[in-house]
Design a protein around this ligand. Structure first.
Ligand SMILES: [Zn+2]
Length: 468
């Protein structure tokens, strides 16, 4: 048995998830993510470590950019195989890739103009990493799979996708390699969700694997003990509406926006919050919400029950999806209090910036953060409590109520990751900790070793390991 595993991304960093597996003459790539951390962005421009045309198939865990966002470049550079993923992942990935291509095109044009003005050249070429056309070229390659139904990739290799409970359609991928009457099981965790989250099911657990690649985004942390998320949202909404202010929610388009709608819908049905207009002011979030509506079979028991008793959790009286820019601008002319859910989640771009301009200086308004705010982002500055912020080239005093709602994380923390691993009945031959900052990955690796005595390591970028 000779299986080769090469770590071509998300090795001691979080983004750019890419793992290359070679066995029985077949080469597969698990995830094809975009690098988003500034210090690793040049890897998006570097040639892929093996020629893309030699890769037979891609297995895609889920639709987040750091897992799927490099697909258009892989295809542009010669990949011609199939991209296997669940139906929901395929539908959301299409929306996300087309949006990413548009941003790449706009960024390149912006940079080109700026560099021309400054008479200098930047570190990367002033052309998009990929275009809308490149993103569209990926779409025919998608081959959808059903959870728990095995797919033969070759005579000696099969794969099965299982619900990861992270975002809609997300998967943990199991690959079985057979050779000379022997078999090895390799598990690729993708991103692992948390038990008990709304809408999505709990992550699938496994009782056997020879090798495991496990994410470690929160490998060195334990999530805040969450109070009742719904109750907390209800309190904030009520006090803001009573004061005559607006609630602005900077939110990611996938999962977070839909969860917010789900909670608001429940609060409405319980009559704990009054009637007011709600705007989902993000064309991407609106499109993704449509995918959620199409896939009730993926919801957890509670959400299924909810649909049975009521209707779609995403249909709320008074909810408007703002599509066009004019509709978005018109929200500011509304005199009564409203709630606006808009991207981007960390306030680095998108329509939320305009809503911040119109609301952040008003003490009766609330800016409600429901997601992680990375260092260096506008969102982080605001949650860190700065007195004045620069938005769209102008300074504004921060007078609005700034609130963070904990309990929305879509990633398991270190104890939850350990519990997931401990479901394995026998020690795996080896565990590889990936998809985490160095510190987080190393901490988690020590933690698992101490708790279980199992063989755990943290691979480095471009490490190649032979699995026996
Ligand atoms: Zn993810």
């Amino acid at each position: 048995m000779q299986i080769k595993l090469k770590f071509v991304g998300a090795a001691q960093n979080v983004t750019g998830s890419r793992h290359l597996l070679q066995a029985n003459g077949v080469t597969i790539l698990i995830d094809c993510g975009l690098y988003q951390e500034r210090q690793f962005k040049e890897r998006n421009w570097a040639p892929f470590p093996v020629p893309p045309k030699t890769i037979d198939a891609v297995l895609l865990t889920h639709a987040h950019l750091d897992h799927c966002g490099w697909l258009p470049k892989l295809v542009k550079d010669g990949f011609k195989g199939k991209i296997y993923c669940t139906q929901a992942t395929a539908e959301i990935t299409k929306i996300i890739l087309l949006d990413a291509a548009k941003i790449q095109e706009e960024d390149a044009e912006h940079k080109r103009k700026r560099h021309e003005k400054q008479g200098r050249t930047g570190p990367f070429p002033d052309v998009p990493l990929y275009t809308t056309e490149d993103a569209e070229a990926c779409l025919p390659l998608f081959e959808t799979v059903t959870y728990r139904e095995s797919v033969n990739l070759d005579d000696g290799m099969e794969t099965t996708f299982y619900d990861a409970g992270h975002v809609l359609g997300s998967s943990i991928i199991r690959v079985k390699v057979r050779h000379d009457n022997q078999q090895r099981i390799i598990l690729f965790s993708g991103d692992i969700g948390r038990p008990g989250r709304p809408i999505v099911c709990d992550p699938t657990v496994f009782d056997a694997a020879d090798y495991v690649l496990i994410e470690s985004t929160y490998g060195d942390r334990v999530h805040h003990k969450t109070l009742d998320v719904k109750k907390h949202i209800g309190q904030i909404v009520n006090s803001t509406i009573r004061a005559g202010g607006n609630v602005i929610v900077p939110s990611f388009a996938l999962e977070r926006s839909q969860e917010m709608l789900y909670y608001i819908n429940k609060l409405r049905l319980e009559k704990t919050i009054p009637q007011f207009k709600i705007f989902l002011d993000s064309p991407m979030a609106s499109k993704i919400t449509e995918v959620f509506k199409e896939h009730p079979e993926l919801f957890d028991k509670k959400t299924t029950e909810f649909i049975k008793n009521h209707n779609s959790p995403f249909k709320i009286p008074g909810l408007e999806m703002a599509g066009k820019a004019e509709q978005s601008k018109a929200i500011n002319n509304i005199k009564e209090p409203v709630m606006v859910i808009a991207g981007s989640g960390m306030c680095t771009g998108g329509r939320v910036k305009y809503h911040l301009v119109n609301n952040i200086t008003r003490p009766q308004c609330t800016i409600m953060f429901v997601g992680y705010q990375a260092i260096g982002t506008l969102g982080r500055q605001i949650v860190d409590g700065v007195k004045e912020v620069r938005i769209l080239g102008q300074d504004y005093p921060v007078k609005a109520n700034i609130v963070r709602i904990h309990g929305f994380s879509a990633h398991a923390d270190k104890n939850e990751l350990l519990n997931w691993l401990k479901e394995l009945k026998t020690p795996p031959k080896k565990i590889f900790v990936v998809h985490g900052e160095s510190e987080s990955a190393l901490h988690f690796s020590d933690f698992v070793r101490n708790q279980t005595g199992w063989d755990v390591s943290v691979p480095d970028y471009l490490d190649e390991i032979t699995l026996d």
